[in-house]
Design a protein around this ligand. Structure first.
Ligand code: NCD
Length: 330
């Protein structure tokens, strides 16, 4: 649990204004202090939910959920977050079919329409850079990036970092293993940036060759503060990892089914055996989900498996906290 000290409370007062009215586009925009603020509020939101307290913090506020790509957790947790805080949502899934986008209206105009009806726009889009483009188009309300193509997924990283923080009480001096589709996975791209905000973190990357980070991304992200080490087999997984973060191969990003199948064939799945052989006892196993070819269900009962438990739930608490901060309500 996040310990909220008096000192942290004072920091909230000081830093809260940094969130108010801000677009949330990339992990690069945060400082370590911002995350402390967010986590202190997240801890309070968690208590509110666990105690079934009703809240009117966002009463009178409307949040547009514009999801151009499918989503279960991000959409569901944002909708739940707004409603648990007494606000309302305008739910637009598949905007390219159900809005005037289908008649040829531009993306910018679509954003301007929904900013007229709401106080925040939460946007998921298949195009990298779409959130930034939307933030430019929206003049009056903040835009939250709920995943833009293969680029970033900042709110996923906020919940991932909160999950690590709850477990280890810190976000520095951690060793992590990131497995799967590093090439396409926006959750990996944001998590590397997030862990770069804290000192002494090392991330081991294990992917089939065709799914490694691009050489440009590897070089760029290596300069951000985190130590990145690519490994090529499970035999290289260091025992001292504090967490494993498994990601699916992103089928929808491949040009052809053949390319996808050859990538999947070379992918590694977590089994009880793999955990036994390579993981230590006090690590945690994470997955942003959906679980597609990532983790054998036989692992679900292992106490280190947090993906179906705290990791999902933390998405609700962190998004409640983020909305409350952005709208200047805490
Ligand atoms: C992720 C996403 O959409 O990028 N899902 C999520 O939001 N939890 C991961 C994925 O789709 O593989």
């Amino acid at each position: 649990m996040t310990q909220v000290t008096l000192e942290t409370h004072n920091k909230i007062a000081a830093i809260t204004s940094d969130f108010k009215g801000k677009d949330i586009i990339s992990l690069d925009q945060f400082s370590a202090e911002d995350l402390q603020t967010l986590f202190a509020v997240t801890g309070k939101m968690k208590q509110l939910v666990l105690n079934h307290e009703s809240s009117q913090l966002l009463a009178g506020y409307m949040v547009s959920l514009l999801f151009f790509e499918p989503s279960s957790r991000t959409f569901g947790s944002f909708a739940s977050a707004v409603k648990r805080l007494g606000g309302q949502t305008l739910d637009i899934q598949n905007p390219e079919i159900v809005t005037s986008t289908s008649k040829g209206e531009s993306f910018e105009d679509t954003i301007r329409v929904f900013e007229a009806y709401s106080d925040v726009i939460v946007l998921r889009h298949r195009t990298s850079g779409a959130a930034k483009q939307a933030a430019k188009a929206a003049q009056f309300v903040p835009v939250i990036n709920a995943g833009d193509g293969t680029n970033e997924h900042p709110t996923q990283t906020l919940l991932d970092l909160y999950t690590l923080y709850e477990q280890f009480g810190r976000l520095d001096s951690l060793n992590g293993l990131l497995v799967g589709d590093a090439y396409n996975s926006r959750t990996i791209h944001s998590l590397i940036r997030g862990l770069s905000l804290f000192p002494n973190n090392t991330l081991y990357l294990l992917s089939p060759v065709q799914l490694r980070l691009t050489r440009g991304d590897f070089a760029r992200l290596s300069t951000q503060g985190v130590k990145l080490i690519e490994i090529s087999s499970e035999k290289d997984i260091p025992r001292e990892c504090h967490f494993w973060y498994w990601t699916r191969v992103q089928q929808e990003r491949f040009a052809s089914p053949d390319e996808y199948h050859s990538a999947v064939q070379n992918s590694l799945i977590v089994t009880p055996h793999l955990l036994h052989d390579y993981a230590k006892q006090d690590m945690i196993l994470m997955d942003p989900l959906p679980r597609v070819g990532t983790i054998d269900p036989a692992v679900d009962g292992d106490e280190r498996a947090v993906y179906l438990k705290s990791q999902i739930r933390n998405g609700l608490y962190t998004r409640m906290a983020l909305l409350a901060l952005i709208l200047g309500k805490v």
